[in-house]
Write a protein that binds this ligand. Structure first.
Ligand SMILES: [Zn+2]
Ligand SMILES: [Zn+2]
Ligand SMILES: [Zn+2]
Length: 806
């Protein structure tokens, strides 16, 4: 008596050792049949006695570490007589749409691979591209699906005999590990000086035969290759040099994190005077010495050690203040690739352990406003002014992915979940799942194109919403190109065609033009969703909320339906409808964009509007522009109004003399947050007044109180934060009473201010309201695309005819 069952498995099941795992399970139980990657998912057929088939059925309780099953179907099939053995078949080609395969994100090296690399008797001792089915690069080396070596950037590295044996041996941990490689057949490292003539090649289709490859690249004899390259690099880093190091999803700029001269030089060359720089530490013990990462089992440690290896923003850094001059926090991460591990372990490369550095600055390798460099030649050109040396290799990066950045949960402060700041490497392309809707069509796909700054886009496939990696500000031709490439890449991985495009209301965003073009090209509807409504929708999407909520959206600026700049908004968001029910009283931005760069202008405007004597504090060098600015304010010329909460933070920060001009986004607010006197119990009052149909939060009154304390900025900062949080809660209460809703969604980049967030959650709950906050996706504009796609999904499922905007 035999039975035969066919399974089709969807989810993260390709490139994660799933087929070998099924193979071993089937073998163990003496089953026959096969397993195969297909565009619909992993196809399994097993045949054997009913008892063995029944034991096999519980395989999903024993999955390999990276496998995630999102759907599974099974049916009985006719028994095949005289079938012999269990096989892993080649991936099937096919252009079927609506399949269920997910490519895994890139994963940090597993313990087994690290052990291989640190064992002098292992053939991968000190090999910088070691990986297995449980770890290694995935998303950033994969061009399309099904995930197999020929569609990755490993295609041009034919496996050597021993790697091939591993690859084909089902009992081996590297069985069907697509990026499998060793020093004999895999990618190689080399070091180049910035001024050496560049022969660094990438994407060279002819690079099949290893031993002559480097010669063909023209790497000169003075440059080091392989492990010598790492040793030489370390030598130079110890001297305070700056290097560009090719990583997984792009280049990092690297220097010794304890060398203030090197850090200073890096800041100068990168034109980045104050923005925090991330630091990679050798291991978790080093991280614990450099910042407060909490006790064993703390969320900070869990995040640091997670296979996604994000940059975790840790409190109380003991590293040079120059790394994050505006805050005591420091962004730490642990090594995310085998190459990073080697940078901290010269002893694995034939050097001395004592020569190692225990922490390195690792900041994105890109000139200002330009996306991460991808290719070797590109990096050598674009980073020539910044890096002294280049650690290069010949494995191509198919698509960029920046490091992800995350705030850990701080339970003591009332923040029970982490919050994502920048979602990219290690997280993309894991999807969010929309709530199931009866009317959801099969193979439904929606594109949310995102905003302008911190852009991402979101492409859906049925209920799954794939938010792209952080792309950045779409303000240069290069970043737009990156956007388009990433879109094509994700399209190829998902094999969907969007049926509807959702964009921001802003008429001039680059993403708006992209949406318009695509909509007319594909002849599909285009709808626009207001910026702050999209912020609230993003949280609803993450939390699978399909009912009406009250939302507080606080951010820099977003285009409003009245064509003014919004940014402190109280919204009622229903499925398919939203209403603005409140706002911050608008303030003036003298000079528009210039006011965003120079918060002292906004402080001056608020000062004048409230008829205060003299001037808001400003420092020397402002006298010249002051009369012109007062003109602007008095006559409303070149002086847009905005209900932005971000701008209010800017103004108060300038008022306290904490930040007059910013060098990076959010700087003034960060300084204000950091300035707080933790022992201060007082707070300002932010009145909530009914103004026509809107509940208006009176920020002018708040500002006036702050003005009284401007000579005591620590007290002022603290009272401001507390007062604002109390005001927000009162605002929400009023709306809650009117609409009988007690779920308050908090969204917008201002909530990256952790003390405001904690305070607001506390205040809301003391009024019996429930704060709903994002965790897996950012508070800021990185989540706009998710909100847009969610909105598109609701609109499409509502069956309402879609009014297309053009
Ligand atoms: Zn591994
Ligand atoms: Zn090999
Ligand atoms: Zn925003």
């Amino acid at each position: 008596m035999l039975e035969r069952i066919i399974y089709i498995i969807g989810g993260q099941v390709q490139g994660v050792g799933f087929r070998p795992f099924i193979f071993r399970e089937a073998k163990r139980l003496g089953l026959t049949g096969f397993v195969q990657n297909t565009p619909e998912g992993v196809h399994i057929e097993v045949q054997g006695p009913p008892a063995a088939i029944a034991s096999f059925a519980s395989f999903n309780e024993r999955l390999p570490p990276l496998a995630r099953i999102s759907r599974i179907s099974q049916k009985n099939a006719r028994v095949i007589t005289a079938e012999k053995g269990f096989k892993i078949l080649h991936s099937s080609e096919g252009s079927h749409k609506g399949h269920a395969v997910l490519v895994s994100p890139d994963v940090a090296p597993c313990a087994n691979c690290l052990a291989d690399m640190s064992d002098p008797c292992n053939r991968r001792f000190g090999y910088a591209f070691t990986n297995c089915t449980d770890c290694g690069p995935r998303y950033t080396i994969t061009k399309s699906i099904p995930y197999d070596r020929p569609v990755t950037s490993m295609a041009c590295f034919p496996l050597c005999r021993r790697c091939s044996e591993e690859y084909h041996s089902p009992s081996n941990r590297r069985f069907h590990a697509q990026p499998n490689a060793c020093s004999e057949c895999g990618p190689v490292l080399w070091l180049e000086k910035a001024n050496s003539p560049s022969f660094a090649r990438c994407g060279d289709k002819t690079c099949g035969i290893f031993p002559i490859r480097l010669v063909r690249y023209g790497v000169s004899s003075s440059d080091a290759t392989g492990n010598d390259a790492i040793l030489l690099l370390l030598q130079e880093l110890r001297k305070g040099r700056i290097a560009a190091v090719k990583g997984l999803g792009g280049f990092h700029l690297v220097c010794d994190a304890r060398n203030t001269d090197a850090i200073q030089r890096l800041r100068k060359r990168k034109h980045r005077p104050h923005k925090p720089l991330a630091v990679m530490t050798a291991d978790i013990e080093t991280a614990a010495r450099l910042a407060d990462i909490g006790p064993l089992g703390s969320n900070v440690r869990t995040l640091l050690e997670s296979p996604s290896r994000p940059i975790v923003i840790c409190p109380h850094s003991s590293l040079p203040r120059l790394l994050s001059p505006d805050t005591e926090d420091i962004g730490l991460m642990l090594p995310s690739t085998p190459l990073h591990h080697l940078l901290f372990h010269p002893e694995f490369c034939g050097g001395n352990a004592e020569d190692s550095l225990d922490c390195l600055v690792m900041t994105s390798g890109n000139p200002p406003g330009i996306p991460l460099c991808l290719g070797n030649r590109e990096a050598k050109n674009k980073l020539a002014e910044i890096a002294d040396l280049f650690l290069l290799h010949d494995r191509d990066i198919v698509i960029r992915a920046d490091d992800s950045v995350i705030f850990p949960a701080l339970p003591d402060a009332g923040l029970t979940s982490p919050s994502m700041v920048r979602r990219a490497r290690g997280y993309t392309p894991v999807p969010a799942l929309f709530p199931a809707r009866a009317s959801q069509k099969n193979n439904q796909s929606i594109l949310g194109v995102g905003g302008e700054l911190k852009n991402t886009f979101c492409l859906t496939r049925n209920r799954e919403a794939f938010v792209s990696q952080h792309i950045g500000d779409l303000t240069t031709a290069e970043s737009l190109k990156y956007y388009e490439n990433t879109y094509s890449h994700l399209l190829a991985l998902l094999e969907v065609t969007p049926q509807i495009v959702v964009r921001d209301l802003h008429p001039d965003y680059a993403s708006t033009f992209f949406a318009k073009n695509l909509s007319s090209q594909l002849q599909i509807p285009l709808i626009a969703l207001q910026h702050h409504a999209a912020h609230i929708c993003a949280v609803m999407a993450e939390k699978k909320i399909a009912r009406t909520v009250i939302g507080i959206a606080l951010d820099g600026t977003g285009y409003g339906v009245d064509k003014t700049l919004w940014g402190g908004e109280l919204l009622l968001v229903e499925p398919c409808r939203w209403h603005r029910i409140g706002r911050f009283t608008p303030i003036l931005l003298p000079g528009g964009e210039a006011a965003i760069k120079s918060p002292w202008r906004i402080a001056e405007a608020l000062w004048m509007q409230n008829d205060l004597h003299g001037h808001a504090p400003w420092h020397e060098g402002r006298e010249e522009s002051l009369p012109a600015i007062r003109e602007m304010i008095a006559h409303g010329v070149n002086c847009p109004t905005s209900s932005s909460c971000g701008r209010l933070f800017d103004a108060v920060s300038a008022l306290g003399g904490l930040c007059f001009d910013i060098t990076y986004e959010g700087q003034a607010a960060i300084r204000l947050e950091q300035a707080q006197d933790v022992n201060e119990k007082g707070f300002y009052h932010m009145p909530i007044v009914q103004n026509d149909t809107l509940l208006e939060a009176d920020v002018q009154t708040l500002f006036m109180q702050a003005a009284e304390d401007r000579d005591r900025p620590q007290i002022m900062a603290s009272r401001f934060h507390k007062g604002l949080a109390k005001g927000l809660a009162e605002w929400a209460c009023k709306a809650s009473d009117i609409y009988r809703i007690n779920e308050i969604v908090l969204a917008g980049g201002v909530f990256n201010n952790r003390s405001l967030l904690a305070e607001t959650i506390r205040e809301l709950s003391s009024h019996g309201l429930i704060a709903v906050t994002p965790s897996a996706f950012p508070f800021g504009d990185g989540a706009l695309s998710l909100g847009q796609a969610f909105w598109g999904d609701m609109v499409l499922c509502s069956g309402e005819c879609i009014a297309t905007d053009s």
